[in-house]
Design a protein around this ligand. Sequence first.
Ligand code: DC
Length: 233
Amino acid sequence: MTDDAASSALDHVVVAVDGPSGSGKSSVSRGVAARLGLRYLDTGSMYRALTWWLLAHGVDVHDREAVTVAVERPLIVPGTDPASPTIEVDGVDVAAPIRGPDVTAAVSAVSAVPAARERLARLQRQVIGAGGIVVEGRDIGTVVVPEAPVKVFLTADPAVRARRRTAELEHTDDVHATRADLERRDALDSGRDVSPLTRAEDAVEVDATHLSLAEVVQAVVALVLDRTGCEVA
Ligand code: DC
């Protein structure tokens, strides 16, 4: 392939990165996007942003009817720069508060509501547009972009995921509590009726338990270059 054709294949590629909480999806996806000059979309931050807005407006997140009625109201704008991903709701920068314990405790309930998933999947497809993007989440390869040419299912041992996630969090250093929370969310995400966390049949499973971040990024970059027919990034 010529350099021009190679760069245009990358311009339109969609790389779907799914997997459970704490498997390293964000770091890996951002690293791959930065290496290949692609945009980056964190769909988990969109579920968190919607949850933040519902809590801020006094909506009971366990009341499916109330959530369904409210889902179209907030204006949710995710940024796509892998160097500094942003997320705004009604013009407010919510990047910090959406990582707090209140939103984390409530987000699985919100993401189990079909109307919430439909609204955010629609928004995600708008952002993805013509491609050139790495998208991370739970249902990207199965529901949001089933036609994505590159699908990765990233996993890691629960103890490793809990350790890494605890290191990222500012409000706790309790690995046991973080592990319990990850396992609770895994069970809810995998067990829900709509778009449960499952590996797409055509996804490449990468177990990051014994790999460094750089090794996982390298493996995914190699996969993208192979699938797009590009030899050099
Ligand atoms: O990746 P994260 O932990 O920030 O995601 C927050 C929650 O959002 C997670 O518990 C499951 C949900 N989620 C989802 O249901 N579908 C997605 N595509 C992304 C996240």
